[in-house]
Design a protein around this ligand. Structure first.
Ligand code: GTP
Ligand code: MG
Length: 463
């Protein structure tokens, strides 16, 4: 077989399907706390750009390993006849539902698949597993064991002692954790298991690395597009003679929030598609343009940039507050104290050195008036959008396909901006600042390149 092919076998409910799901990045494989979920052997390919890198066969768990071993032993095969004994057993009991699970799991192995035997490192070893391991040994196929620490690593050492007598390679593997590093180890383990797979596996490794880089570039472009369109967005509502101005203001703010929410939801959906996670639900607080909240200290903490840092970056980017204000007040527009008072006074007082937003009243040629919100030319707002997008991207990227819980975002890395050097941080600030008036193609590309750098794992970050 040119494509490395392994059957994933073991006791029921020990995470076999979870391991197949994690290593082939497939979210449709049935995983459940109910023992006996998998009833048929099924092959899943790990594919990138239509190329199969390896195949894993999900199987039902052993149900009657002792009885099967006794049947096999009753044939009294010597070592050279044991594989044939297993084939005979499969043929003889093919139509007997009693040994359905054993037949399903042994068939791919006698047909040439290597073996991944899965055990739970949080439950103690016991002799009851020996019948399973002996049957697998009798197949004579290359075998590795994975210790899945389902609820802890208490018995990992004990398992290692037992497993190394039956398996060529023994490794701890947690299907619920991010696969980025674990997959490298698995590819290595597979090539130790079967040296004839080495060429295929090192080519697989290259394909995976290239694919990761490509996905990083794609997600950076998605986020750059998103930032550009949100930061340049504005909405207008005519002021009514019959409704109080406050109602128009509230309506406009609501409509802007709906817009922000839908843009962020769309970005998140695009990122999920990129990482083959279309079923993943997310628990994430909605973004709000409630400025006092935007400036809430918790938000600042979450996205790691304190006010001093923003002020520093903003002045370094050449946008002194006064200049930003002037820029925001071109052509026949003016801000009313009432509007700023209504939406931004808390922000102004907590963050006096920057404008909270840009809300304008425009005189229309026909004499009517309209309220306008946006483009929001506020660097803190831009950093908040970016911080949330990067945080989400990182969370989806590292969410294992075996983990069927909703995506929970946890704490963001408070140091994210320091993946860029000072010069790059200033360029980023400048680009975010200009985004409200539209970025040129080349600027959008520079923004995407900075985002790629922000997304690099520390191991391959190149400052
Ligand atoms: N916390 C945690 N749960 C796990 C882990 N691995 C598996 N599980 C859970 O254990 C249960 C069984 O996982 P499956 O992958 O369906 O196990 P299986 O061996 O395929 O089970 P059968 O098909 O019934 O033989 C599921 O609820 C999984 O979410 C793990 O590493 N950590
Ligand atoms: Mg299963």
């Amino acid at each position: 077989m040119n494509i490395p092919t392994l059957a994933v076998v073991g006791h029921p409910n020990k995470g076999k399907s979870s391991i197949v799901s994690a290593l082939t990045e497939q979210e449709h494989i049935a995983i459940s706390e109910i023992s006996g979920t998998t009833t048929k052997a099924q092959a899943f390919d790990y594919k990138i750009s239509e190329k199969t890198l390896y195949t894993l066969i999900d199987t039902p768990g052993f149900q009657r390993p002792r009885q099967v071993l006794e049947l096999l032993q009753s044939l009294q095969p010597d070592a050279s006849q044991r594989l044939s004994a297993i084939k005979t057993f499969i043929d003889q009991y093919a139509s007997n539902p009693k040994f359905n699970s054993e037949i399903e799991l042994l068939e791919p192995i006698v047909n040439g698949a290597s073996i991944i035997y899965v055990v739970d490192g949080s439950a103690p070893y016991s002799g009851e597993y020996e019948a399973e391991m002996t049957i697998l040994q009798w197949t004579g196929q290359a075998r590795m064991a994975l210790i899945n620490p389902i609820s802890g690593e208490q018995f990992v050492e004990q398992w290692q002692q037992a497993l190394k007598q039956f398996f060529n390679v023994v490794q701890v593997f947690n299907p619920m954790q991010s696969q980025t590093d674990q997959r490298d180890n698995m590819l290595l383990a597979m090539s130790v298991l079967k040296p004839e797979w080495q060429t295929a596996l090192s080519s697989a490794q290259q394909t995976i690395t290239l694919n990761e880089q490509q996905i990083r570039v794609e997600s950076a472009h998605l986020i750059a597009e998103y930032l550009q369109s949100v930061l340049a967005h504005s909405e207008k509502l005519p002021l009514s003679k019959t409704l109080p101005e406050s109602a128009t203001r509230e309506g406009l703010k609501k409509s802007y929030e709906v817009y922000l929410k839908s843009k962020e939801a769309k970005l998140q959906q695009q990122l999920r598609t990129l990482y083959a996670h279309s079923l993943l639900l997310t628990e994430m607080e909605d973004i709000k343009i409630d400025f006092p909240e935007l400036f809430d200290r918790n938000h600042w903490y979450i996205f790691g940039l304190d006010r001093k840092k923003i002020i520093l970056l903003t002045s370094a980017a050449g946008f002194a507050t006064g200049a930003a204000l002037d820029l925001g007040l071109g052509g026949g527009t003016f801000m009313t104290g009432a509007l700023i008072g209504g939406l931004g006074s808390a922000a102004v007082s907590t963050f006096a050195s920057d404008r909270p937003d840009k809300i304008k009243i425009k005189h229309l040629p026909l004499g009517g008036e309209q309220l306008q919100i946006g483009p929001i030319n506020n660097i803190a707002f831009a950093f908040n959008l970016l911080g949330r997008a990067l945080h989400y991207n990182q969370a989806v990227k590292s969410h294992s396909h075996a983990n069927r819980d909703d995506l929970s975002l946890g704490d963001a890395n408070s140091d994210w901006i320091n993946a860029l050097n000072n010069r790059q941080q200033v360029s980023l600030t400048r680009l975010l600042k200009s985004a409200s008036s539209g970025l040129k193609e080349s600027e959008r590309e520079s923004l995407a390149q900075l985002l790629v750098k922000l997304m690099c794992d520390s191991k391959n970050s190149a400052n």
